[in-house]
Design a protein around this ligand. Sequence first.
Ligand code: NAD
Length: 364
Amino acid sequence: MTRHTIAVLPGDGIGPEVTAEAVRVLRVAGEVFGFDIDTESYAVGAAGVAEAGDSLPERTRDGVVAADAILMGAVGDPALADAPGRRRPEAGLLALRKLLGAYANLRPVAVHPALRHASPLRPEALAGVDLLIVRELTGGLYYGEPRGRTATEAVNTLRYSVAEIERVTRVAFEAARRRRSAVTSVDKANVLEVSQLWRETVTRVARDYPDVRLDHLYVDFAAMRLVANPAMVDVLLTENLFGDILSDEAAVLAGSLGLLPSASLGDGPGLFEPVHGSAPDIAGRGVANPIGAIASAAMLLRYGLKEEAAAAAVDDAIGATLDDGVRTADLARSGERAVGTREMGDAIVSRIRALRGAQPALTR
Ligand code: NAD
């Protein structure tokens, strides 16, 4: 039987609570679809500082590079917000992404029909929203040199090479092939030379994917489309800064941060984590929504382990659970009963197990 090794980094705050449910889901998916999941836990963030005085301890570094994929919870502790260097929890996350060479960040945003009321947009504007943002993660303005400031002037540098654009473009087109086969590339080619190179390179790479439709949007228009007509977008491909902004804009469509997963892919094993942070305001109470972490486990199965059938089953189980009206506190409308983190995990696990009875041929 295939055996997959997963490094689990629960992290801080609600991280351990939601990660526990995601690990349970991975194990059950393995049972149902016929593969073994081996997990080993490692400290990151404030938990790493407590364990080894470092937000990304040596033991964690060694463990993640040896794993097939990494499942993370969240990092962050208000008590360490101003800690220096590697003692700041968020520094551990940045160091982790760097260590893994994770250059493509994938953030799917789908609006479940029963949750359209939770978004600030009109419910009818949300029908059919199911998009994936692919953001370049290791280049652009956030890393370009020279950078610096004096009292009266500051400079940052926007720089991209063809090789950097090409590799993230391929991630977007490969992802589009598993979806609705459309890529919207976002740039500012009417003003920026870097964007002109971006557009030329994306257009050239697209010739290798004749089955995928490509269109280009300027970033200002893309920002409008995400709220005016988000269902038109399948895969949205963009550079680091634009992606940072547009992915947070798109997150609002879903209605709760607690629902959203992400994947960071690159040269090493992939990193899969919910979009939300450590939520210190609700940590330790067992009320956090684990769906973002569980949907991250589905991405881990899909992109990290190539277990597509298991990934689809986890996504379907999440959808069925929401169809059946199960709600954590962040999703419940007034008067609706809210379940805790564990109960939401139970509900999703039982729906994955139900597949075994329904479709024994799925096991291989
Ligand atoms: P946050 O995402 O932790 O929380 C924002 C709000 O959303 C809070 O009210 C919280 O209760 C709620 N929320 C978040 N996840 C939820 C869930 N699963 N279920 C229900 N409600 C949920 O953002 P923040 O409060 O700005 O940051 C808290 C800490 O997390 C900070 O230290 C920050 O630096 C860190 N952070 C880490 C990451 C990460 O690990 N990737 C991302 C963002 C923030």
